[in-house]
Design a protein around this ligand. Structure first.
Ligand code: BTN
Length: 278
């Protein structure tokens, strides 16, 4: 239950909670913005340094995956984007940056609230089957080492009734699990710290460890899923593995409930619906 005014961000306290070298060391705080990702892309194009954090209290046009809107009222939730200058060693591993970011969000939530989240492939953060956070990574500039803007939205404070009708059954908040308001300031510091840790593992030597940690937290694995690949294109089957490139390997089901087929499809981009555990 949330009563009264929630605390605003304390930027000095965010800084003093950092143990990072670069991530979050430069902070652009905006009371209101269309989208922190838009601001992040513009800053990156203007030469903003690696690790720059764009943090906003509210977004008028927060963007989700596949062109959806991201519900972004003031005072409650966390909306931020981090500018990542990809190291040349990491350029072969761009597709696992969203997975590394999702792990970092789950780590930071655990650090600051003791809530254990699971990950729905590729980068939805869940409490139970409800979505508490999402990530939108966007690329700026060209190969071999582009700049990635990692946009993160976390539903922090509020009740299901506070969400628009269409989100009430599928969205969760951290405070809903803890039944007390959650301090966004501490969560931002934890997020920057964990993001730096996980992004450091995006390298030829450590990508395997990173993916193993992801697989442990990924609740999609082992489930019967529907992968929506396009407007009129979906497949169903069991999610069997996450590949080295971060793709989801689905063993396609035979038609009419006749069980699993021999066909395994590597999915690189899709909306996943969890149908049931196997
Ligand atoms: C998703 O659909 O799951 C991705 C949601 C990403 C939302 C965040 S909020 C901060 C950043 N700015 C945006 O416009 N989007 C991301």
């Amino acid at each position: 239950m949330i009563a009264g005014a929630l605390p605003a961000y304390d930027i000095a306290a965010i800084r003093s909670g950092l143990r990072t070298e670069a991530i979050g060391r430069t902070i652009h705080y905006l009371a209101s913005v269309d989208s922190t990702n838009n601001a992040g892309v513009a800053l990156a194009q203007g030469g903003a340094c690696h690790g720059t954090l764009v943090l906003a209290d509210t977004q008028s046009a927060g963007r989700g995956r596949r062109g959806r809107l991201w519900h972004s009222p003031p005072g409650r939730h966390l909306y931020c984007s981090v500018i990542l200058h990809v190291h040349p060693d990491q350029s072969g591993y761009l597709t696992i940056i969203p997975l590394a970011s999702a792990l970092a969000v789950a780590d930071a939530i655990l650090d600051s609230t003791a809530i254990q989240c699971r990950l729905k492939w590729p980068n939805d953060i869940l409490i139970g089957e409800k979505k508490v956070a999402g990530i939108l990574c966007e690329s700026v500039g060209a190969q071999p080492a582009p700049i990635i803007v990692i946009g993160i939205g976390i539903n922090v404070n509020g009740r299901p009734e506070d969400f628009p009708e269409d989100l009430r059954k599928t969205a969760a908040t951290l405070s809903g699990k803890r039944e007390q308001p959650i301090d966004r300031t501490g969560l931002v510091s934890a997020l920057m710290n964990r993001l730096e840790d996980r992004i450091a593992l995006v390298s030829p030597q450590t990508a395997q460890d990173l993916l193993d940690a992801y697989r442990v937290r990924c609740s999609t694995l082992g489930q019967l899923v529907r992968a929506v690949l396009g407007e009129n294109h979906a497949i169903e089957g069991v999610a069997e593995a996450v590949g080295v490139d971060g793709s989801l390997h689905i063993r396609r089901s035979l038609p009419a409930g006749r069980g699993p087929s021999d066909e395994i499809i590597a999915v690189h981009s899709a909306d996943i619906v969890h149908l049931r555990k196997r």
